[in-house]
Design a protein around this ligand. Structure first.
Ligand code: E4P
Length: 217
């Protein structure tokens, strides 16, 4: 499963990319607002940090304007992926971009039917929002399982990008459910490595090694 980082904070992104384990990035209008920076400037900077997919979301709701915005964003770099909302206009824009071989990420997916329509529109990625579904009392992970089954049965190539991830368990369960990608907030990404027994075990090994008085080099 590929790892994308869900942020527009370039300092956090740099640390994540430095691990060598991160494959791309997703942003959305809320994350851009939080960064306080110019949208296109941030996207250009992120695209220079990685050759992987970098999602940039359109900011209008009507097809013609959405398409114009998408084409402007696609000019920034070859690895820009255009994020469109799961609306009829968004899907129409997705189909038009797919025809031009511009990569797309259909966002705000909350049902199997929506994921099916996005695949039919030629979406490169579909983004089911796990955490926001959990917030409503519905098991968000079930949606990942169901979309995986639908895409496999019908041979859709759209990649499942597990989004709205809130916990380490979300990442693990999305991987087990067959998501192609998880987009992970920096804090959760950093926590993925931690386990108290790893830390305790390493402390014990280091203490015992010191007792030997040896040096490897
Ligand atoms: C990613 O593409 C989404 O925009 C993001 O994961 C949404 O996460 P949130 O529900 O925590 O805002």
């Amino acid at each position: 499963m590929y790892i994308f980082i869900d942020t527009a904070d370039t300092d956090e992104l740099k640390s994540a990319f430095d691990t060598g384990l991160v494959d791309g990035c997703t942003t959305n209008p809320s994350l851009i607002a939080k960064s306080g920076r110019d949208f296109k400037e941030v996207i250009a900077e992120i695209c220079e940090m990685t050759p992987g997919p970098v999602s940039a979301e359109v900011a209008s709701i009507e097809h013609e304007t959405m398409l114009a915005e998408a084409l402007a964003l696609a000019e920034i770099a070859d690895n820009v992926v255009i994020k469109v909302p799961l609306t009829w206009d968004g899907l129409k824009t997705c189909a038009a971009l797919s025809a031009e071989e511009i990569q797309t990420n259909v966002t705000l997916c909350f049902s199997v039917a929506q994921a099916w329509l996005a695949a039919k529109s030629g979406a490169t990625f579909i983004s089911p929002f796990i955490g926001r579904l959990d917030d409503t009392g519905v098991d968000g992970m079930e949606l990942i399982h169901d979309i995986r089954a639908l895409y496999d049965v019908h041979g859709y190539e759209t990649e499942i990008l597990a989004a709205s991830i809130r916990t380490q368990e979300h990442v693990e369960q999305a991987a087990l459910a067959g998501a192609d990608v998880a987009t992970i907030p920096p804090k959760i990404f950093n926590e993925l490595l931690s386990h108290p027994l790893t830390e305790k075990g390493l402390d014990a090994f280091m203490a015992d090694w010191t007792k030997t008085g040896q040096s490897i080099l």
